[in-house]
Structure formats: structure tokens, C-alpha cells
Design a protein around this ligand. Sequence first.
Ligand SMILES: C[S@@+](CC[C@H](N)C(=O)[O-])C[C@H]1O[C@@H](n2cnc3c(N)ncnc32)[C@H](O)[C@@H]1O
Length: 343
Amino acid sequence: MSVLLSRLCVSVRPVRALYGLRNSGTGAYRGYNTNPAFRSLTYLQRGLQYRSVSSNETENRGNLCHNSRLYTTSQTVDPLEMRKFQAWVLKWWDEEGIFSVLHALNDIRVPFIRDILMSRNYEHDVGCPLSGVKLLDVGCGGGLLCEPLGRLGASVTGIDPLEDNIKIAALHKSFDPVLEKHVQYKSCTVEELVDGHLGYFDAVVASEVLEHVADVESFIQSCFHVLKPGGSLFITTINKTKLSYALAIVVAEKIMGIAPEGTHDWEKFIPPEELERLLESNGYVVEALRGMLYNPFSGSWRWISDNSVNYALHAVKTVAQEQPTDVGGEGEQEQQKVAEASV
Ligand SMILES: C[S@@+](CC[C@H](N)C(=O)[O-])C[C@H]1O[C@@H](n2cnc3c(N)ncnc32)[C@H](O)[C@@H]1O
């Protein structure tokens, strides 16, 4: 079957190009390549060489291939996933490349996050709707989502276990001076961030990350710890249905080549009902759940009522129920001061 499919393999990107179609949609929240040099592989590779890795750092981290391929090890990190993303590290900002679907997803996920946060009564400046919001983007990759959220005024911390992703994100950010004050990056996992950031963030985003994580429950528990009581968790991910297997794996990976083969493992997809149960038993209240649909011919996403393939979820950390660790006490206030200084 897969041989037959690979023989039939037609990339949708050349088809779109043939008709002069770029990804459709407003594009207002897509990344822009301020410096054309950013598209050059040599330029990016040179950027990645400017690493300063101490020998201690090398010893303390998982090591893929050789010293220049480092990732943070932890309970939620699957080394196989790191190996995949390491291979694609230079592709993040190619809007027509393997991450084009994520670039396009900004058209709906950025307004989703923005509108919910604005409705939660944060004080904001006109024209800078997310000013004052401390936001953590977990599994930020090359920073595709951090940048537009930073431009909306949020104070964004993007983290990813893969160090080269963070290098690329930081390099791309450096081309837009507006982002200097708004976006910062760190190579780590969310569980590593907990110590020192208890109850620190107003919002945590994990977009298209859950389906790559090794232990979903500890992942959402760590997100809980770094959120303020009443803070928002935003997740976008893929449902575990026959249809999601057909569309996200067979059609997208094997037939149309929208994503490289092996990008997704169906076993790791999570049904929204299961995710809701997991969130609610870990102190969150789920406030919104919406289906999303990608049209490979127009290269655009839209909201739909059906969530059998892709979906977005918004959950809130309950104010009353706290986890057994030092969340919410004097220790938390002390940690917030430390975090302000260190993030
Ligand atoms: C499909 S990409 C999504 C990137 C980004 N969130 C976006 O939507 O543009 C998945 C990202 O999750 C990261 N990742 C994988 N396992 C992770 C984990 N346990 N904790 C945090 N990030 C992880 C990968 O390194 C990769 O950058």
C-alpha cells in the first residue's frame, strides 16, 4: 500500500505554485523574512555554528550525533522526536516548505489566543492588545508563533528542548528590532522551567506539540505549575480518529507530501475527550474546544464545528485548587521576583 502511495506521491506545493497560489489567507500573522539572507542555508548554518557550548553543558545534556546536536533530556522528551526535528532545523522560516502548514495556522491560532486573552480583562494599550501579558510558548520550534504574539505586545518566552531550534528562533528574531523587548528564547523543557517560575505566566501555549511529547500528563502538570491561578493554557493538536490517520498521515504525509513522512505517530494523537479529562483531573477547567480544518489546495485553515482531525483548546488554571507543591504561597511570590529577574 505504502509503495503504491509513494508512487502516486504528488506534492501539493508545486500544484499551488503552478496556479500562482501562495498560501491564501490574510497572512497578517505569518512570519516575514526581514532579511532575504535568512533564506540562505549557508547563512543559517553559519548562525548555528555561533554556539558556545561548555564541556559541562555537553555532559549534562542528551547528545545526538556529535557535540553540535544537543537537546535537553527529560521525562517528556522523546529522543526520536528530537532526531526528527534536528533534521528540519533549517526549514522553520521557509513559508513554502515543510512548516508551511504551521505558518498558515497563525492566521487562526493568533486571533484565537489574542481574543481570549483580551476578553480576560488584562489591561492593555490601544494597538498593543497583549501588552502586560506574560506568555510562555512551550515547544516553540523556530519561533513561528512567538513572533506575532510578541508583535501584539505580549512578553513572550519561547522554549524548546532542541537547542538548534532556539538558535534559529533567536537568529530570526534579531532581524526585527520590535521583537527585541518582547520575545526571548531558552533551550529547555517546561518541567525544567518550573523551578523558579511557579505561578509566573499569564498564559501558556503548546501548539502542535502534544503529539510529539513523551508523557502528556507530566507535561500539562508542569504547564499548570508555571501558570498563575486563573491563567490560560492554549493547546492545538490532533485527534486520534480513523479520519485523522487518513488525513494527517496518509494524505498529508504519504500522498501529498505536505509534511515529511514520519512526522506524526498516530499512537501519540490524543482525543479531545481524553485531553479534557486529563486537564480537569489536573486542576484546569476547559473553557473552549474548536475544530480546525486545513485545506491543502488553498493552503489555509478555518474553524469548523467538527473536531475529529485538528482542534484547539483553551483551559484555565483553577484558582481554588492548587497542586501539592509550593504553588500560591509566599514561596510563589518570592519565585516570581526571581523569575522577573532571570527570564
Ligand atoms: C510541530 S513543532 C511545533 C512548533 C511550534 N509550536 C509551532 O507551532 O510553530 C513541535 C515542536 O515541539 C518540540 N517538542 C517536542 N517534544 C517536546 C517536549 N517534550 N517539550 C517541549 N517541546 C517539545 C519540538 O522540538 C518542536 O519544535
